[in-house]
Design a protein around this ligand. Structure first.
Ligand SMILES: [Fe+2]
Length: 322
């Protein structure tokens, strides 16, 4: 490692040289027509320069940072998005959610969207099976969609998606399967129910530069077990969230910092032979969970058509590792 050059004395010529660069860069943005862009770039370079000076970044380290970004770009494709992963493991994704989704009364909390959502998942009727063949312990999920005054919301659209018990989403297999995802609508009384599979932990893709970073920092790539929801209804703010599994030992160390206590649910185990709520014949154990969803009213600036407001990070993260 090359020598770290110590910080200059306050008021010294060297300090002036270092801070002068920032002044020049800020000045270079002076004529930016878009005020918001000007603000964002000004703040970005201010923090970047402060970071470089704070750690006394060496030339070698900067070169390695550039090489890291180069590798992230090289591995990114139509089916792999390393920069979203990087954002996730640095907590930037979750912080952006926190900034943009402050608590709205009793409304259900949001969490990270993740990379495995797929548009136009199959529709299932109430009580249908979203697993569609995905492996795992069958799990019966029920709840009611309500507004913040407790009134049921009929016809809310619920998109649900999850990994199988090998820890893979359908899009991570290269055979084009569609499993572990569907959409359904809440009933007249706002209620919903469907079969899925018991969520299990899975690693985020770690065979690229982000994986190298996790290894170098002795961090785990594992995500706490979860089931994804995106819930929309006219007049309400879109909710993107997950539910987690109480007792999962990964709750405290989720690789992308997505866990919120209010989203941790009891998944009740029903031993083999226990009757199912809808008479479905299941040979072994099945589980059940309840999740009541409260949607906040739409706000100015929210998309009018909730279905058009899907988040942008909908790129399948990677192919299944061999
Ligand atoms: Fe996920």
């Amino acid at each position: 490692m090359s020598r770290i050059v110590p910080a200059p004395e306050p008021g010294s010529e060297q300090e002036r040289r270092e801070t002068q660069v920032l002044d020049e860069v800020i000045a270079s943005f002076e004529n930016t027509p878009d005020e918001r862009l000007k603000q964002v770039m000004g703040s970005l370079v201010t923090h970047l320069h402060a970071f470089i000076r704070d750690v006394r970044l060496t030339q070698e380290e900067w070169d390695e940072a550039i090489a890291f970004l180069r590798r992230a770009g090289d591995i990114t494709s139509g089916s792999r998005q390393e920069f979203i992963l990087l954002s996730d493991v640095l907590g930037a994704s979750m912080l952006t959610v926190a900034v943009n989704e402050p608590a709205r009364g009793d409304a259900t909390e949001a969490t990270v969207f993740g990379p495995f959502f797929v548009e136009e998942a199959p529709r299932v009727e109430l009580g249908g099976d979203i697993a569609q063949g995905a492996s795992g312990i069958p799990a019966w999920v029920t709840g009611t969609v309500k507004d913040t005054d407790g009134n049921p919301i009929a016809g809310a659209r619920l998109e649900v998606w999850e990994a199988d018990d090998d820890g893979f989403y359908d899009v991570q297999y290269d055979d084009g399967r569609t499993e572990g995802r569907a959409h359904l609508s809440s009933g007249e009384d706002g209620s919903f129910r469907f079969w899925g599979v018991q969520p299990t932990p899975y690693p985020i893709p770690y065979d690229g530069p982000v994986g190298d970073l996790l290894r170098a920092t002795e961090r785990s790539p594992m995500r706490a077990s979860h089931l994804h929801f995106m819930v929309t209804a006219p007049g309400f703010r879109r909710l993107v969230t997950h539910i987690f599994v109480r007792g999962d030992e990964l709750l405290a160390s989720d690789a992308v910092f997505g866990v919120k206590e209010s989203l941790v649910k009891d998944w009740v185990e029903h031993p083999a032979g226990t009757a199912t709520p809808d008479g479905r014949e299941i040979e072994g154990q099945w589980n059940s969970a309840e999740f009541d969803i409260i949607l906040a009213p739409a706000e100015e600036g929210d998309a009018e058509d909730p279905s058009s407001a899907a988040p942008t990070s909908q790129v399948p993260q990677h192919s299944r590792p061999e």
